[in-house]
Write a protein that binds this ligand. Sequence first.
Ligand code: ADP
Ligand code: MG
Length: 649
Amino acid sequence: MLKIEHITKSYKMGENVVNALQDVSLEISDGDYIAIMGPSGSGKSTLMHILGLLDVPSNGSYKLNGREVSHLTEDELAVLRRETIGFIFQQFNLLPRMSALENVKLPLLYSKKEGGADYANNLLDRTGIGKRSFHKPNELSGGQQQRVAIARSLINKPLLIFADEPTGNLDSVSEKEILAILKELNDQGITIVIVTHEEEVGLQARRLIRMRDGAIQSDERLAPLPFKTSEVRANLQNKSANIFTEIFEYLNLGFKTLAANKVRTGLSMLGILIGVAAVIAMLAIGRGAQKQIEAQLSSLGSNLLVLRSGAVRVGGVSQESGATTRLSIDDGQYIKDQIDSVKYFSANVNGRGQVAFQNKNWSTQIIGGSANYARIHDLMPQTGRFFTEADNLKRSRIVLVGMTVVREIFGNQNPLGEMIKINKVNFQVVGILPEKGANSFRDQDDVVIIPVLTAMHRLLGKEYVDSIDLEITDPTKMEAAEDKIKSLMNTRHRVAPAQREGAFEIRNMADIQAAVQQSSNTMSVLLSSIAAISLVVGGIGIMNIMLVSVTERTREIGLRKSIGAKRWDILAQFLAESVVVSAVGGISGIILGWLVVVAIGSLSGWTTSISISSVVLAFFFSASIGIIFGIYPARKASLLNPIDALRHE
Ligand code: ADP
Ligand code: MG
């Protein structure tokens, strides 16, 4: 079955070369039971590791069932190993957090065989652990643990079993029981190679090989080979390999491992948790503020152009707006008639004044506007009415009052129909303006609005209007309208070509909105980069913990490899753990962030708005942090040499 020829194995220890095996040749037949004995350091374990495909020789040939295997890669060896070989170690090497049954089933994770659960129970029964199959290794005696390890070595129905001093850590009663089990397995046809120190253990075998200084010293047959070796062949069904079930299994494994170490897991996800919570909260508050500003801006009117006369340059010196560029109500009418895209206009004057009702006084802003002012600025009163063009032409003394003014001079009285004085002139209140709230510049409700002609001729004594509001039908036509208005006005007011630059100013609400948008975008980028930094810090925390975990679990990695895990399996296992940590941290962060947002919203009264996209983004970002920062430790684990890992203390 197995034949090695002229095998050598040497280790470099700094300057020296240790020849652990020197020119060893050996043939092992099916069904044999071989004991290898010799003083410590004579190369027994090294030989067994090479025979067991855990290690490759420096030189020489190794044929397993006729196939040359001395030059296979680590992954190819892993596959061959789990299909043909079982290992039993002196230190048992059971995984401490798993029950006996789970330990026995562990190799199935890598060999992807189905129907293992019944067989595992069956094996535990046969090795006498049946009743204790749900106990963890630390609840079992040494002899019991070794029986579990034997059951584990049998789960993939190996042709060969290698046992390195399996009774070295056991009392004599347990030793006898273990040897009886091995004998029985050999009687069933499994080939056994056992390394031992003890003469009586060696004498139980069919063939005894003694080693010294890396070479075979003697080789004697104690009992004949069995006459007929029974066929032992793996007859378990291959599970259909599916990448999703595989990923699910590793994630599940990750959860279990992490759950077993709650404090550490919790601490390692803290960075991600805080980072994600900060992202969620910052974005929600930022978005809320932005929405509020947008709402305020749109209340100013988004299709609105405001025309004012600008400074006229005469002889290179800029002067106050000259007589030529002063605006009149007729200018507004003219523009509306000439340009199709102008829907409404309102010619406005502004001023400040003292309003009085009974014994109350209040200084406020006075706006004189056309009848369309309400439409343009979305100020249709819910109580009372706005004034009409007829009121304007009659120069009626009627007024609409803002809520701040109402509160200041009327208190709880109903203002509708009451007479108030504005700069000592009597006005009748015909409507109350809808409440707009305060923006960052001023209180928009601290205002009274009267017809523009009344304002010009009866109150403020102005000949010209201060500005003309123009509502454009469509935001896309704003720019064209702007240019056209300027040229119309320049012609109409006969502004000399040299002075046209800046003769009329047009303010565009869309521009202001864009500016606000830009600044809030800058803010978001700023907040997001702070959040990204905190997530990266969280990721580094995870990497740190994972590296510690890899070092701590080196023996576990070696064991997993010895029972058939490929590099990818180990990589996937550790990657799954870091992804689970960061994803769970991410989800907890989302929940925490949401709670913070709700708390801030209700305590401060700020507008907040959590977007689904920020939640999804935060989750995937944190999961990718897990992958990115988990790769290095996971790769480090997967590249460990199985022998070095197993020998790790
Ligand atoms: P045994 O199992 O018979 O006690 P080993 O096979 O473990 O002996 O070791 C044989 C020799 O090889 C010893 O001298 C040991 O120090 C050396 N050796 C084993 N593994 C390594 C290693 N990874 N690096 C360096 N030397 C090693
Ligand atoms: Mg040894």
